[in-house]
Design a protein around this ligand. Structure first.
Ligand code: NCD
Length: 349
């Protein structure tokens, strides 16, 4: 399958580059709802493509993608690498631990170095909120945010939406647009340190969901009500009738100080057990971005519950959504007709 076969058969989206008029993918907060839906739609052919035995396309042949990860990652790094390779690009991974960052190089100098190597897309994970946007300002190619501090993790929210869409479709319940209208999603865990929570709140609300967030007071961001979420500190109340339960890990590496009394007490108050899950809607969907701490925020029988847990599907959808994002963001460079720049009148040409 080439890019010429995949994109833009969807007549309900604006044509060409107007469907996604951004050079970078830094934050869900910067996207309109129809742009989120466009990326989900673009990912669909790649879901089917990835289920074939031979999974090699040439859409990005000759392009160089650099994955620069200044923080640890398993699934995000691997799925961006697989996505780039399945699209035919040359993919290079830079791990900060083995790079000149350890020798004192500034972030801007690292960005300039990557730029000078003429990467066609940069995928960046960084521990500081805003760092990926800062790099994007200094380079000439599309930049994809693979998680920046406590700010955003846009491809995670997109893959979660795609996994939800597939799960609802399998149950015969999904419409493409407004698929979350009338549904309640409970996000529980270390909301304070979670870029996944932030991107998901924005994405799920854009798709029509009512979003509840639940955490101990010390792990709830001050003023989060301003995002239009319902705030809970008691998990049982937050679960009542929820259609989707999204669990988050305690991000110990981001905590400076004691945020919870002990993992045991945390599990007692905020762990998703099968008994607790029974408080949610009868067929509630269970999600987790990974990595999981089984027996802390989620019990194994819930994490592996057939027909309810879509955690494995989330990982599968991650590759497809990242293929779609890399494909869409490199169309201008690949001179795909209609994916040009804005002209002086602000029109896409
Ligand atoms: C998340 C992250 O890194 O923000 N993981 C992921 O990308 N799948 C969540 C986490 O680390 O807990």
């Amino acid at each position: 399958m080439t890019s010429a076969q995949t994109p833009s058969s969807h007549t309900r989206f604006p044509a060409g580059g107007r469907a996604f008029p951004h050079r970078d993918l830094i934050a869900i907060g910067a996207l309109a709802t129809h742009e989120i839906l466009y990326l989900l739609e673009e990912a669909e052919p790649w879901v089917a493509f990835n289920r074939q035995p031979a999974k090699h396309a040439d859409a990005l042949a000759g392009l160089t993608i650099i994955n620069a990860f200044f923080e640890n990652s398993t699934r995000t790094l691997l799925s961006f690498e697989i996505a780039g390779k399945r699209l035919g690009a040359d993919v290079v991974n830079m791990h900060a631990a083995q790079s000149s960052v350890k020798k004192g190089e500034t972030l801007i100098d690292t960005a300039k170095t990557l730029n000078a190597m003429r990467a066609d897309a940069l995928v960046i994970r960084h521990g500081s909120s805003g760092a990926v946007g800062l790099i994007a300002d200094k380079v000439d190619c599309p930049v994809l945010n693979a998680g920046d501090g406590q700010h955003e993790h846009p491809t995670q929210a997109l893959l979660d939406a795609l996994a939800l869409r597939h799960a609802l479709r399998e149950r015969g319940e999904a419409s493409s647009d407004g698929m979350m209208v009338g549904r309640t999603v409970t996000i529980c865990g270390d909301v304070l340190h979670s870029r996944v929570a932030r991107s998901n709140v924005l994405c799920l609300q854009a798709l029509g969901a009512t979003v509840r967030v639940c955490a101990p007071p010390a792990l709830m961001p001050l003023g989060i009500e301003a995002m239009g979420v319902e705030v809970f500190h008691h998990f049982d109340a937050a679960l009542a009738g929820a259609d989707v339960v999204m669990m988050l890990r305690l991000q110990n590496e981001r905590m400076d100080g004691q945020f919870i009394p002990s993992p045991r007490e945390y599990r007692h108050l905020y762990g998703l057990t099968s008994k607790r899950l029974a408080l949610a809607a009868p067929d509630a969907i269970v999600m987790h971005p990974g990595p999981m701490n089984r027996g802390v925020e989620i019990d194994s029988d819930v994490a592996d519950m057939p027909g309810r847990s879509i955690i494995t599907s989330q990982v599968e959808m991650g590759v497809a959504i990242r293929m779609a994002c890399l494909d869409v963001l490199t169309r201008k460079a690949r001179r795909i007709p209609g994916w040009g720049a804005k002209d002086s009148a602000g029109e896409w040409v």
